[in-house]
Ligand binder design. Structure first.
Ligand SMILES: CC(C)(COP(=O)(O)OP(=O)(O)OC[C@H]1O[C@@H](n2cnc3c(N)ncnc32)[C@H](O)[C@@H]1OP(=O)(O)O)[C@@H](O)C(=O)NCCC(=O)NCCS
Length: 172
């Protein structure tokens, strides 16, 4: 799946060292509630996920430079209700603050609508993750609510925002 800015390519085993590096980088550790990963847990994750029809994990490439820059995916793919959750992280810091994130959010949703026949794609973001919320909003997601004290982060309960988009609402 691709647009003029980025390509979403399914994760292959060769991507795992980069995926591990990005997941263990400070901004991603702060904003994605996964925690530190190792080569072993990443390999286990890959084996567990590669044939799981409820998940699609991608490595994100920049079209202009052909470089792998981050990760994205759909999880909790629910065929009965035609919805899925989305996530993204730009791991290569040179590619941050360049307006690429809304493109990733939009392409993920497009993949869900066009390839999986979904009706709705949503995301849970920490309520203070301004960059992430802004990226989803720019792609046409709407903020639908706030889950109060939904997560425990650094010993404190924090709110999570729910953002969602319906088929036909994409703006990128
Ligand atoms: C979330 C993430 C992908 C956003 O990437 P990014 O490169 O900062 O985003 P973009 O440059 O494409 O910017 C998206 C918008 O957010 C704005 N923005 C970026 N950082 C911001 C901040 N700290 N505060 C407020 N707005 C911010 C940008 O200005 C831009 O809006 P604009 O075009 O109206 O100016 C990136 O920060 C990241 O990988 N974070 C770690 C993982 C993560 O948080 N994932 C989301 C979990 S749901």
């Amino acid at each position: 799946m691709q647009n003029e800015t980025i390509i979403l390519r399914p994760v292959v085993r060769e991507d795992l060292p980069l995926r591990m590096k990005w997941l263990n980088s400070e901004p991603v550790l702060r904003w994605m509630p996964i925690g530190r990963v190792t080569a072993e847990t990443t390999e286990q994750w890959f084996e567990r996920n590669k044939d799981d029809v409820s998940k699609r994990h991608f490595t994100v490439f920049c079209v202009k430079t052909d470089r792998a820059i981050g990760i994205a995916g759909l999880t909790g793919i629910n065929q009965k209700d035609a919805n899925a959750a989305s996530y993204l992280a730009i791991g290569e810091t040179d590619y941050l603050k360049k307006g690429i994130a809304p493109q990733i959010c939009g392409l993920l949703a497009r993949y869900g609508f066009e390839q999986l026949g979904l009706n709705r794609v949503y995301a849970y973001c920490y309520a203070d993750n301004a960059a992430s919320i802004r990226a989803f909003l720019k792609a046409g997601f709407k903020q639908e609510g706030l889950l109060r004290q939904h997560a425990l982060r650094d010993g404190a309960f924090v709110d999570r925002a729910v953002l969602g988009i319906l088929k036909g609402e994409l703006t990128v």
